[in-house]
Structures are given as C-alpha cells and as structure tokens.
Design a protein around this ligand. Structure first.
Ligand code: GLU
Length: 425
C-alpha cells in the first residue's frame, strides 16, 4: 500500500515567506531603493484571518481557519487564487500573495497581488461540506473583496465549482449577479474559454521557448513532471502534443517512469478511474523523490512550494527547470542550481498563464462580450512569449539569472506605479 504524503512532507520545512522576502530584498538592493520603499513593498497592504465554523454532515461542528492576504494594489485590484490545504499558513499565503503582485506586474496585467487559503483537506469532506465552507468564507471576507477590489480564482484544492459558489454567495448578498467577483468560473456562468488549461498551456509555451533557447528540439527532448493535478496533467499532455517525450510523472502517492514515453491520454484516463498515477500499466513505479533527479532535458515541478531545496538540488540532472508550481525552488536550491548551470524559468513567468486568462475572463465579463477559444489561446501565447523574451533580454542586459531578471522587472514596475501615484496623505 502506498502512503499519502501531505504537502508539507513533500516540501522542505523552509518558510516560503523567507524566500519571497529574500528575493525582494535582493531586487531592492540592485534597484537602489531606500528602506522606506523596501518596507512598503515587503508589507502586505491588508491581511484578514477568519474563523469558519462548519457543520459536518454528521451534525458535529468544526472550526477551520481562513486567510486572505492582499499584498499590493498599486497597479490595480488585488488578484490571486484561493488554496484549500491542511498545511496552509498565514506566512505561506503572504508569500503567495507577494508572488502574485510580481507575476501580475511582470505579465503587465493591471492587478496587484493577493492570495487566500483555508486549512482544510478537501479530499476528506463531502461536496456539501465544501460548499458550506466556501460560502461561509466568502461571506466572512466579503467586505474586502469585489471586482474592483480583490478577485479570487482557483488554486490548489479549489476549482470552477468553488468559484461558482463564491460568485453566487457574493451575488446573493449584493442583490444582483456579479460575475467579475471571481475568475476561473464555469463557462456556463461567465467563465472564459481556455481558462482551465491556461496555466499548463502557458507552462508549455515557455518550456518550448526554453528548449529552443538551449538548442534542443522538442522531438529530441525528454521531460519529467512533478504533480498530476490541474497544472501537471495539462503540462504533460501539451508537452506530449508538442512531441516531447514525457518519461515520468508523480502525484502525492508516488511516481511512475517509462523511458519510451508515457501515453498521457491513457494516463489521464487511469487517473480519472483510480485517483492516482500509480498502477498505470504502461510504466514502472519509482519513489516520488527520484523524479526530481532524473536525467531529463526538462523538469517541471507542478505541485507545491519548497520541493527543490538544499538537500536535493545538487542531485538535479535536468538541463532546464520550468516552475509550474509557485515557489517550488528555495533560495538555497536556486544558488546550487545556478552553480550547476541549470536554467531555471521562474514561477512568476512560467505559471502566469492562469492569471493571464483570469484577466481575459474579467475583461470579457466587464464587457459582457466573449471571445472564441482561438482568440484566448492566441492572446495567451503572445503574452507568455513576449514576457519570456523580455525576461531573457533583461537577464542578459543585467547579467543576472531569469528569476532575478523577472523579479527586478516586476518590482520596478510596482515601485514605479507607487512612486508615480505618491503617498496619501
Ligand atoms: N492560482 C493561480 C496562480 O497562482 C491563478 C491566480 C488567478 O488567476 O488569479 O497564479
């Protein structure tokens, strides 16, 4: 019998907020900003912690904790996902909110950054219980969210249905339908075509660009993908569609490997039937941790924060890492990987496809005019590739790696917006 690893067990014990703050501090130093501006960029603009009493289906009552952190509003309303995970902490949400600010600025979508979380393992609750939790959380944070204030979206453990419940709760309380309160909604209630696959499409656009940059043709490339959820499964499928041989994938139960390449469509079917990649007939089981050490051209960590850390970064044999997850590489791992010549495409660029199409969804909703799937796909690709080119150029202009280039670009844009607007009063 395989053991389920919690998200915390998968990642290192490091606090992602330390890494987020260290990235910001380095950027502030390079950009020559003073202490006041540094503190302003380092501090969340608003944080809210709420208790969420939940009546279980058996009649008992449990109290969960919910967070919403709004890191910055200088460039527009706050934007970011809502995560359901038993390990969610305020510091994790703070880090994720800060990364959303940089992601939106880097991709030049007119938002600040936010993130939410609830301490719940959604796999252990019924659909009705999840609906009650979502509605109560939405009601508790209602005063601080809104289509012009802060717009939630799906993240780990949440989906289109979660967004539909949030939209309904908010709308019922307002007295009219407010589609712009969330993105990542079902298409039937104002969601955008292409939103559900947007993050993984974006990951693959930059993965192919990174392979080209390294002179590797997709048909000769091999890849390993950690995580087979919304981001990982789509990434594996689109990589395979592009001719890349995906030789290993993993989930929280373990990993599987097939050197001749996995049949991703068959694997998705197996996943749908059994809830895990384990037991798939076309592959051998391997320990989950080994996936990160495989000799592949491309490694895509698409699970949680901190999976590449001081203890395993030196064992990475991949040429390129494209961060499908937020914060999968700790600062210590980053330095080891840079020293070993591994090209790391940072999260705020690599996984930005989701928030780009969230922005498209919000724009379409505001105009009550919907685009075709082809329009969404083409605009997503154009934005991802423009950002990739920009980060590459900034990196060589400044003589820094891609994460530093991306962070510098984003921090500078947010600081510019803040300085142009000035301080009130
Ligand atoms: N949760 C996703 C992210 O981390 C999407 C956020 C959004 O669309 O607002 O980028």
């Amino acid at each position: 019998m395989t053991t389920v690893l919690s998200d915390a067990a998968l990642s290192s014990a490091a606090n992602p907020l330390d890494d987020a703050q260290a990235q910001l501090a380095a950027a502030v130093q390079t950009l020559g900003y003073g202490e006041g501006l540094h503190r302003l960029l380092a501090s969340p603009r608003r944080e809210i912690t709420v208790s969420i009493p939940l009546r279980r289906d058996d009649g008992s009552v449990e109290v969960l904790t919910g967070y919403r952190v709004q890191h910055n509003f200088s460039r527009g309303p706050a934007k970011g996902g809502l995560r359901y995970s038993p390990d969610v902490s305020l510091d994790e949400v703070r880090a994720l909110a800060m990364w959303m600010t940089w992601k939106c600025a880097l991709l030049d979508v007119p938002y600040g950054g936010a993130k939410g979380g609830i301490t719940i393992d959604p796999r252990k609750y019924s659909k009705q219980e999840l609906e009650r939790v979502t509605r109560r959380y939405t009601s508790e944070i209602m005063p601080v969210i809104g289509p012009e204030k802060d717009i939630p979206a799906p993240d780990i453990g949440t989906d289109e249905q979660t967004m539909a419940w949030m939209m309904d709760t908010y709308s019922v309380n307002m007295g009219y339908t407010v589609p712009g309160i969330v993105t990542g909604k079902p298409v039937s209630v104002g969601g955008s075509l292409g939103r559900s696959s947007a993050t993984s499409q974006g990951v693959v656009h930059v993965s192919l660009a990174a392979l080209a940059h390294a002179g590797i043709s997709p048909s000769k490339a091999t890849a390993a993908v950690q995580g087979f959820g919304k981001v990982g499964a789509g990434t594996a499928r689109f990589l395979a569609d592009a001719g890349v041989k995906v030789i290993a994938v993993s989930d929280q139960y373990g990993a599987i490997q097939a050197d001749s390449g996995l049949d991703i469509v068959a694997l998705e079917r197996h996943m749908g039937e059994t809830g895990t990649v384990i037991g798939f007939a076309g592959a051998e089981p391997i320990p989950g941790a080994n996936l990160l050490e495989l000799e592949v051209d491309l490694l895509v960590p698409a699970a949680v924060e901190g999976v590449l850390h001081e203890g395993n970064a030196h064992k990475v044999s991949a040429k390129i890492i494209v961060e499908g997850a937020n914060g999968p590489t700790t600062g210590a791992a980053d330095r080891i990987l840079a020293g070993n010549g591994v090209l790391v495409v940072p999260d705020i660029l690599a996984n930005a496809g989701g928030v780009i199409v969230s922005y498209f969804e919000w724009v379409q909703g505001n105009q009550a005019y919907w685009w075709t799937a082809a329009e969404v796909a083409q605009r997503l690709k154009a934005r991802m590739l423009a950002a990739w080119d920009n980060v590459l150029q900034e990196g060589s202009r400044r003589g820094v790696n891609l994460r530093e280039a991306a962070t510098l670009t984003a921090v500078e844009r947010v600081a510019d917006a803040h300085l142009t607007r000035g301080l009130y009063p």
